[in-house]
Design a protein around this ligand. Structure first.
Ligand SMILES: NC(=O)c1ccc[n+]([C@@H]2O[C@H](COP(=O)([O-])OP(=O)(O)OC[C@H]3O[C@@H](n4cnc5c(N)ncnc54)[C@H](O)[C@@H]3O)[C@@H](O)[C@H]2O)c1
Length: 339
C-alpha cells in the first residue's frame, strides 16, 4: 500500500511517516517546508533505514498534485499540511482559510480523478470549542472560537459531503488533543520557529535557558489547582493512531470521527512539576492573567478509538517529558557543533 503524506516533514507528519515505514507501507511525502526543514527528510531515513520520495510542493497547486498522483499512484492520503497557530489565524484569517481549505479541496479533486478513495484528516479538539461535558465524546456539540478552528470544522464538513457524493470514499477524521514528546532517537520532534505558542515547547526552552521564564495564563480556573487542564498525548502514540485509522479506512467507506487523546487531563502546574522531576531541571514560572480564548479544561473520551480502531495511548507523562527535553538538548548540541 502506498500512502501520500502531506505535511510529512512537520511535527506529527514526520512521526507518522516513521511509523508507516516501520509498518511496511510505501510512503510519498509532499511538503512545501513552510513550517519544517529538509533535515527532517534525512532524519526519517536514518531512523527507519528506508528511502522514500519527497516532493517540495504546495498541496494547494492542483497541477502539481496531479503530476505527483500520475507518477506515484497512491492508494491513500494522510493530510497533515495546514497552518496551525490559533493567534496567527485571528490576525490572518484569509491566509488560514486559503491554505487549510484549498489544500483539502484540491486533494479531493485530484483523488477523484485518480480513483484514490482513502483520506485520513488531521482535525483537532479545537472543534469542541468550550466543552459542556468532560470527558469529551465525538458526539459532543461542535463550535469554534477562531479561524483556525473554523478551518478544521469546515474541512470536516467538506469530507462528509465528499463521502455522501462518493459511496466508495472513506474519510477518517482524527481529532487530536495535545501532542507533545518526540521520537526516542531524539532526531525528530517539535521545533517551532520563534517564540513557541504551546506549553511544552515553551517549558523546554525555559529549561534550556533559551527563554527566561514561563508565563502561566491564569490560576483561577475551575480546576483542582486553578490552572488550565489539557489532555497531552505522546506524538508517537498519535502517529500510531493514524496506522489504525488507515487500516479501518481500507475496510469501510464513509466518514468516521475519532478522538485521539489519553483520556487524562493534566494541569499546567502538574506539567511543570513533572518536567522538573523527570529531567532534574528548574523551570521558573510566574502566574499572569488569563489569555483570551483559553478554556478551563479539555480532555478526551478515547473509548471509541479503542473499541473501533483497537488503538489506545501507551506512553505516560514521564515519557513525554523525557522525550521532549531529549529532542531539544540533542538539537541544541547539533546546532553548536555546526557553528
Ligand atoms: N500540533 C498540534 O498541537 C495539533 C493539534 C491538533 C491538530 N493539529 C493538526 O495536525 C496537522 C499537523 O500539525 P503539526 O503540529 O505537525 O504541524 P507542522 O506545522 O509541524 O506540520 C505541518 C506541515 O505542513 C506543511 N505545510 C503547510 N502548508 C502546506 C502546503 N500548502 N503545502 C505543503 N505543505 C504544507 C508545513 O511545512 C509543515 O511541515 C495540522 O493539520 C494541524 O492543524 C495539530
Amino acid at each position: 500500500m502506498k500512502v501520500l503524506v502531506t505535511g510529512g516533514l512537520g511535527y506529527i507528519g514526520s512521526h507518522t511517516v516513521v511509523e508507516l515505514l516501520n509498518e511496511g507501507y510505501e510512503v510519498v511525502v509532499v511538503d512545501n517546508l513552510s513550517n519544517s526543514s529538509i533535515d527532517v527528510y534525512d532524519k526519517i531515513k536514518i531512523i527507519t533505514g528506508k528511502d522514500f520520495p519527497f516532493y517540495e510542493e504546495d498541496v494547494c497547486i492542483e497541477k502539481k498534485l496531479d503530476e505527483i498522483f500520475s507518477k506515484e499512484k497512491p492508494d491513500a492520503v494522510i493530510h497533515f499540511a495546514a497552518y496551525k497557530a490559533v493567534g496567527e489565524s485571528v490576525e490572518k484569517p484569509i491566509m488560514y482559510y486559503e491554505n487549510n481549505l484549498v489544500s483539502t479541496m484540491k486533494l479531493c479533486k485530484v483523488m477523484k480523478k485518480h480513483n484514490c478513495n482513502v483520506f485520513v484528516f488531521s482535525s483537532s479538539a479545537t472543534v469542541y470549542g468550550d466543552p459542556e461535558v468532560l470527558p469529551i465524546k465525538e458526539s459532543a456539540r461542535l463550535s469554534t472560537t477562531n479561524p483556525y478552528g473554523s478551518t478544521k470544522l469546515m474541512n470536516e464538513q467538506i469530507l462528509k459531503d465528499v463521502c455522501i457524493s462518493n459511496k466508495d470514499f472513506s474519510a477518517m477524521i482524527l481529532r487530536y488533543f495535545n501532542p507533545i514528546g518526540a521520537h526516542k532517537s531524539g532526531l525528530i520532534g517539535e521545533n517551532p520557529n520563534g517564540i513557541p505558542n504551546n506549553l511544552m515547547p515553551y517549558i523546554v526552552r525555559v529549561a534550556t535557558r533559551e527563554l527566561e521564564i514561563l508565563s502561566i495564563f491564569g490560576d483561577d480556573y475551575d480546576t483542582p489547582d486553578g490552572t488550565g487542564v489539557r489532555d497531552y498525548i505522546h506524538v508517537v502514540d498519535l502517529a500510531k493512531g493514524h496506522i489504525k485509522a488507515l487500516e479501518k479506512a481500507f475496510q469501510e467507506a464513509g466518514v468516521k470521527y475519532y478522538n485521539l487523546g489519553t483520556g487524562t487531563g493534566y494541569s499546567v502546574l502538574e506539567m511543570v512539576k513533572s518536567f522538573e522531576k523527570v529531567n532534574n531541571v528548574k523551570v521558573p514560572y510566574k502566574i499572569v492573567g488569563r489569555r483570551a480564548g483559553d478554556i478551563a479544561a479539555c480532555y478526551a473520551d478515547p473509548t471509541k478509538a479503542y473499541n473501533e480502531l483497537g488503538w489506545k495511548a501507551e506512553f505516560g507523562l514521564e515519557d513525554m517529558m523525557r522525550d521532549s527535553y531529549n529532542f531539544v538538548l540533542k538539537l541544541n548540541d547539533e546546532k553548536r557543533s555546526n557553528e
